[in-house]
Design a protein around this ligand. Sequence first.
Ligand SMILES: Cc1cc2nc3c(=O)[nH]c(=O)nc-3n(C[C@H](O)[C@H](O)[C@H](O)COP(=O)(O)O)c2cc1C
Length: 364
Amino acid sequence: MSILFEPLRLGDLQLSNRIVMAPMTRSRATHEAVPTAEMVDYYRQRASAGLIIAEGTAPSADGLGYCRTPGIFDSAQIAAWRQITRAVSQAGGRMVLQLMHTGRVGSWRNKPAGARTVAPGSQRARAQVFSDQAGQVDTDEPRALSLEGIGEVVEHYRRAALNAREAGFEGVELHCTSGYLPMQFMAAASNPREDRYGGSVEHRVRFPADVLTAMASAIGAGRVGFRLCPGNPYNDIQDDDPVATTAALCRAVEPLGLAYLHIMRSPLAELDAFALARQHSHSGLILNDGFDGPSAQAALEAGQGAAVSFARHFIGNPDLVQRLRTGAALAGFDRKTLYTTGPRGYSDYPNLAQAPATSPCYRS
Ligand SMILES: Cc1cc2nc3c(=O)[nH]c(=O)nc-3n(C[C@H](O)[C@H](O)[C@H](O)COP(=O)(O)O)c2cc1C
């Protein structure tokens, strides 16, 4: 049997197979950042993944940047997430929650009144976000965090990790890429600070290292992972030395003994992100980006990592694990409904067994 279907332990997380569902923002939460009934169906349908990493979720109201993305900072959100983790658990699955603070990549239109857009500095990202009221809008000019403000953000993450456990998640993943707050600190171009959070690479990785340390002390290091994509320019971020940044962050958090590092391929052709992660981290590696069944199997057999995560294939194939096991064809998905509301193009993709009767016939 393929190594993909062998069980795996990552820290305190026990996976029944090595096929991980990667986090995907799908904008199906309410305007109050509360998960919905459609999300219960969607995640339950995908419970056969060895681990589901639920979509980027804000640790605080300030951390919300996009419309209809969920939070984990109030009791209504915790209660709604509990419905999801319970449904997935009853279907035999397990979940961790990705914590995503978008920092300067956000609009006040997508935040509750009183919430702020914060970042290491006050320079705006040359990026736009979608809002339901006004369509594509420029991101806000952020407010530069004070030292005290940084401490508050770290505390929000710590509390969010505890909230995630209360909501039934097995652990949390810190989103450290795609131009969001941790990466805004790590990349010199978006971090003009002259205090202990800016300047040298050791200073620039201090913010994500502090967050990971706080979350590990709250819920146990074996329940905390982090996600990196060295050199990812998404959302106007520029890291001039992604090798040094990755090495420094891994070095800073190595003593914690975190559950896993979720490592994406680098968009820089000359940079082998998986080899870089193996060199600098002793945490189990979840490999991501562009895999199909055969290439995932080959990567694990070659010892490149411990598990492989799939994002887009999980959109149209709720039973992706079964399809990979049997070699069945993979369905595509409809791009137009990625971030719309309601079940269409979200929780109405059929399993193989249901396909002939109900297939909406999406193609990628
Ligand atoms: C619709 C969509 C939403 C995504 N949202 C997130 C997210 O919330 N957090 C994150 O870390 N990555 C996010 N990603 C990136 C995926 O997790 C993944 O890294 C990427 O799609 C490449 O993997 P794949 O080739 O298996 O699709 C998203 C991708 C897609 C297609």
